[in-house]
Design a protein around this ligand. Structure first.
Ligand code: GLP
Length: 255
């Protein structure tokens, strides 16, 4: 795991953006795994800026981590709407090349299996963008999710309902179920890029990076991934024991 402790979320998003843009330039048909939440918003602004200044997204494909069950794709709070508004509509990406699970699928298990098959048919995810929940969830893989889990319907933890209530008019509007790529699905991405910002993520970050690998903190499964880069702001890095070592390593990378 490569850990970068950045001055702030702006610097972290810029660095993450630079390396993703470099990969799109090298492989214009890159397959991106994308996340929602407030954390990747600045990174998405970097991608939009890159598109405006000549990076071509017309062959890029994308798969989102998750979607709320019961929200139609055109619902203002659906993750499909979030992605269209905050990223896709500002890029020259073809909408048919973007994939978000369908929260209204009739046969959810069949839809989940088809989603996995589509990822496979695309050649797998090249770069998976991740945030982290305050309880250590990635996608919507809540604590005690199997570290081998695949795309499936999940029950959101009370903490997550509470954390995500800010996006809805009433706390009771937050859907209780979601379709989420599994931890096992995420671990198959060729690279994982996790962004974690703010003091409320410090405990989850500590568990993910320096705790034991455990389903109690699903993000800790990334310790088994051969190519994970984590970008933190100072607040999210507060509880890390080896902060100085991460700073040293990140400023002394081999050429
Ligand atoms: C949601 C998403 C996650 C995201 C998390 C953190 O639960 N399913 O993918 O990482 O929220 O959100 P935020 O970035 O707003 O803190």
């Amino acid at each position: 795991m490569d850990v970068f402790i950045c001055k702030d979320s702006e610097e972290a998003s810029r660095l993450a953006g630079e390396q993703i843009i470099k990969q799109i330039r090298a492989n214009p048909a890159l397959v991106l795994g994308l996340a929602t939440g407030s954390t990747p918003l600045r990174l998405y602004k970097e991608l939009i800026k890159a598109c405006q200044t000549g990076t071509d997204f017309s062959r890029v494909r994308s798969f989102n981590l998750d979607e709320y069950v019961g929200l139609p794709s055109d619902h203002p709070k659906s993750y499909r709407t979030f992605m269209n508004d905050n990223l896709f509509s500002h890029l020259n990406i073809r909408l048919e090349n973007t994939h978000v699970p369908n929260g209204m699928a009739h046969d959810i298990p069949a839809h989940c299996a088809a989603y996995e098959a589509e990822i496979k048919a695309a050649g797998g995810i090249d770069v998976q963008v991740l945030g982290i929940g305050s309880d250590g969830h990635i996608g919507f893989n809540e604590p005690t999710s199997s570290l081998a889990s695949r795309t499936r319907i999940v029950t959101l933890a009370e903490q997550t309902l509470h954390d995500n209530a800010r996006f809805f008019a009433n706390a009771s509007d937050v859907p209780h179920y979601a379709i989420s790529m599994g931890v096992g699905t995420i671990l198959e991405a060729k690279q994982c890029v996790m962004l974690c910002f703010g003091a409320n993520k410090a405990k989850a970050v500590k568990g993910a990076i320096e705790g034991g690998i455990s389903q109690f903190n699903p993000a800790s499964a990334l310790q088994m991934h051969p190519n994970t880069v984590v970008y933190l702001d100072e607040a999210a890095a507060t509880d890390l024991q080896l902060k100085d070592d991460y700073r040293w390593a990140s400023t002394h990378k081999p050429q």
